[in-house]
Design a protein around this ligand. Structure first.
Ligand SMILES: NC(=O)c1ccc[n+]([C@@H]2O[C@H](COP(=O)([O-])OP(=O)(O)OC[C@H]3O[C@@H](n4cnc5c(N)ncnc54)[C@H](OP(=O)(O)O)[C@@H]3O)[C@@H](O)[C@H]2O)c1
Length: 335
């Protein structure tokens, strides 16, 4: 045990974003200190993962990270090496996603993190550290969306499901989980060369993004019972208009736009529900429930959606995700 005012000196490697004259650079650096004084756990990180929010942090988005230099990484899995918490012992494997990790707290793109114990979940027995970071925040978010759809009475028998941004991290996991649960999933994508990929995840049909990009009528033929939207803008607007009676849509992302133009008609004439999802600040109990699902009934073959990189190759993956060109999940091996 270390006392709460102690500072532990450790040498470790981290991916660091720096600000210079309003421009931002990324590099892998040797750092030498982890501040423990405010926190409960020191964790040696084995894997992290790349999420859209990490790319925003690594490119200087001050809505995500206020001060630089900074180590992004909103996800981490690893081993507790020091503990001031009665809940976690040294040697225990934990997973952490969201809260302030990687935003204004040094994140999982460093080999060590220092965090409050109430951000951490014990790594479920059926899940390896690598698998946990194939899931990461993107997968957890997909899981939270699916949880809400199920809680709101959607069943495989009540009609088709739409997943937008389907080749992305959230989209890929959402397609996999929903099809595993027996839903008939339509995957919306901008990538004509990824139709086979989406079918291999379980999508029963694939629709091109261009079909939903223009703002349509406020009430269109109701073809979906709901689903998962990761992109916002006109696509979400059309999604709402094409959702049938008592349908449910979960809204979690804004890759296309943070604007939403709609009308009250789908809500008052069809009883459609639009449910917001925020994974970062989800209750720890809910995160535990989702991790537990991923290690049991929702267990997935994640190899086909995962590319593993080291810290040195992370910059190019950041560019790719910012350009909307990423497919599946990027797992970061901290070595
Ligand atoms: N609310 C939360 O708690 C939460 C948690 C995690 C992520 N998010 C948000 O969810 C969104 C998706 O995250 P992610 O990790 O899945 O990102 P991602 O891996 O980059 O996937 C986004 C996907 O959206 C599609 N896309 C890209 N540009 C687009 C455009 N201009 N118009 C329409 N679709 C476009 C692409 O898929 P296709 O080519 O297949 O269409 C892309 O792969 C982001 O906005 C992220 O910030 C929110």
């Amino acid at each position: 045990m270390f006392n709460t005012h102690q500072m532990k000196e450790i040498n470790y490697k981290a991916f660091v974003t720096k600000e210079l004259d309003s421009s931002f650079t990324n590099s892998v650096e040797e750092l030498s200190t982890v501040l423990l004084k405010e926190n409960d756990l020191l964790v040696k990180v084995s894997y992290s993962s790349l999420n859209y929010k990490d790319a925003l942090s690594a490119s200087g988005n001050k809505g995500v990270t206020r001060e630089y230099p900074h180590t992004p990484g909103i996800d981490a899995v690893g081993e507790v090496v020091e503990s001031n918490s009665s809940e976690f012992k040294i040697g225990e494997k934990i997973v952490v996603t969201g809260y302030d990790l990687g935003m204004n707290t040094s994140g999982g793109f460093g080999q060590y993190i220092s965090i409050p114990a109430n951000w951490a979940v014990s790594l479920p027995k059926n899940l390896s550290e690598a698998e946990a970071m194939s899931i990461g925040t993107a997968g957890l978010t997909a899981g939270l969306c699916v949880r809400k759809l199920l809680m709101n009475d959607l069943t495989p028998d009540s009609g088709d499901i739409l997943v937008t941004g389907a080749t992305g991290g959230v989209g890929s996991v959402a397609v996999m989980v929903l099809s595993k649960l027996g839903f008939k999933v339509t995957a919306l994508t901008g990538k004509a060369n990824q139709i086979e990929y989406l079918r291999s995840l379980g999508a029963s049909s694939v629709l091109m993004r261009s079909e939903m990009e223009d703002q349509g009528k406020p009430l269109q033929k109701g073809v979906y019972q709901g689903g998962v939207d990761t992109v916002g803008g006109n696509i979400l607007s059309n999604f709402i208009s094409q959702t049938s009676q008592r349908g449910v849509i979960t809204c979690c992302g804004n890759v296309a736009s943070d604007k939403l133009q709609t009308s009250v008609f789908p809500f008052i004439l069809r009883g459609v529900s639009l449910i917001g999802i925020d994974s970062a600040e989800s209750l720890l109990e809910v995160k535990k429930e989702i991790w537990n699902n991923f290690s049991n009934d929702w267990k997935l073959d994640l190899a086909k959606i995962t590319k593993e990189v080291d810290l040195e190759s992370l910059s190019e993956e950041v560019e790719k995700i910012l350009g909307g060109n990423q497919v599946g999940r990027i797992r970061v091996n901290l070595g």
